[in-house]
Design a protein around this ligand. Structure first.
Ligand SMILES: [Fe+2]
Ligand SMILES: [Fe+2]
Length: 393
């Protein structure tokens, strides 16, 4: 006998235990063979978990296990990219030469990681950098998104790598300024000017220290703070004066800036630098970090005005709006933990932990919100563990 969820139930399976309604009434008895009609009826009555004859594991459990395997494989890789990126930035800070190959090898590694498990969220949800500055996770996160988006958009391998390089180096102009402003709560006007020059300084560093003369890479660095309506800086470029590849770097910078700080804050690192960089990246927004779905909402509200709509659309499908392991509330009032992604970024698989009346369930039950039978349910909002009370869950 094995336990399966409704959407994994196949025609021909035989029920090993009766299918009960919430009221306790038996809907189908043990021994009933599953047909399309049986499945429809189960769906209509909201029966989600069933026991069927046979051995083995529920495919959903297997799926979760393979994600675990991916996590184990990916974490050490991430650790090495972090170290390489940190070394690179430290070299820049003390004015050492850095080879183009060093950036290439980090970016190539990230491309492989994304290809290994396209669930970028899975990787990122694990991403912490206890020792580094905001610049390191910010650059790596931006690169991961950039690579994944470029891939989704059908760019060739060569361009994917160039877009990734651009994202990796987009804030490299900050490296030489950081030591001067590190730890400061307030910046002088001159220091602010220096900070605001980081896009142009970045281009210079890329050319001189990394020996990069590739226009695609340099444009992404130079233009990541421009905006489609001309309101950005340093040159107030607009519309098609900004290439699509630069729009990719731009959106990944914004998304990463909106979401990275949370991780950073939690580990208690210096927050003044975070605030400074955040003001630059996402000016005008409250200085806090956003949950992925909040970040996506902020971006989408301005998609038409600031960004390339096509690129935003691909970001939407690249990031897990509700990352694995995060808590969400459904329109039914139920609260659950995201247990898997589906084709629809707004409709993940959720393990329901608390019912609509706020009562903690003895055992969580899994809902796949992308399944037709669950179409009336949807995620209303993400909830944080702090806000919901982890002790309770
Ligand atoms: Fe920047
Ligand atoms: Fe940035």
């Amino acid at each position: 006998m094995k336990k399966v969820y409704l959407h994994n139930l196949a025609v021909g399976d035989v029920l090993a235990r009766p299918a009960y309604l919430a009221s306790g009434r038996v809907l189908f008895d043990a021994g009933v063979e599953v047909t399309e009609e049986v499945k429809d009826t189960l769906a209509r009555y909201g029966v989600i978990e069933l026991y069927i004859e046979g051995d083995g594991e529920d495919p959903l459990q297997q799926e979760m296990k393979s994600d675990e395997v991916a996590k184990d494989a990916i974490l050490p890789l991430l650790e090495s990219y972090r170290n390489k990126t940190r070394e690179m930035i430290e070299k820049l800070i003390i004015g050492d030469e850095v080879g183009k190959e060093e950036v290439e090898s980090v970016v190539e590694g990230i491309i492989d990681t994304v290809a290994f498990n396209k669930n970028v969220a899975l990787i990122l949800s694990q991403f912490e950098d206890a020792k580094g500055t905001y610049l390191i996770p910010h650059s790596i996160n931006a690169t991961m998104f950039a690579v994944a988006i470029a891939k989704r958009m059908g760019y060739n391998e060569d361009d994917i790598e160039r877009i990734g390089m651009s994202a990796m180096l987009h804030d490299v102009g900050m490296a030489s300024i950081l030591p001067h402003i590190d730890g400061k709560e307030e910046l002088s006007e001159e220091e602010w000017d220096a900070v605001k020059r980081h896009t142009k300084d970045g281009v210079m560093i890329a050319k001189e220290k990394f020996d990069i003369d590739d226009e695609l890479i340099l444009s992404g660095i130079q233009k990541h703070h421009e905006r489609k309506d001309g309101s950005g800086y340093p040159d107030g470029l607009s519309g098609e004066e900004i290439e699509q590849t630069s729009y990719i770097v731009m959106i990944c910078d914004v998304y990463s800036a909106l979401t990275t700080e949370r991780i950073y804050r939690r580990i208690g690192s210096d927050s003044s630098i975070v605030s400074i960089l955040r003001v630059l990246d996402v000016d005008g927004l409250e200085r806090r970090s956003y949950l992925p779905y909040e970040a996506m909402r902020i971006i989408m509200a301005d998609a038409d005005r600031y960004y390339d709509v096509e690129v935003v659309k691909h970001l939407l499908y690249t990031v897990a709006i509700y990352p694995l392991g995060s808590l969400v509330m459904l329109n039914t009032g139920e609260v659950g933990r995201v247990a898997g992604t589906t084709d629809n970024p707004f409709r993940p698989k959720v393990d329901i932990l608390v019912d609509g009346k706020g009562v903690k369930l003895k055992e969580p039950h899994r809902l796949d919100l992308s399944e037709k039978c669950n179409f009336k349910m949807y995620v209303v909002k993400g909830v944080t563990e702090e806000e919901y009370g982890l002790y309770y869950l």
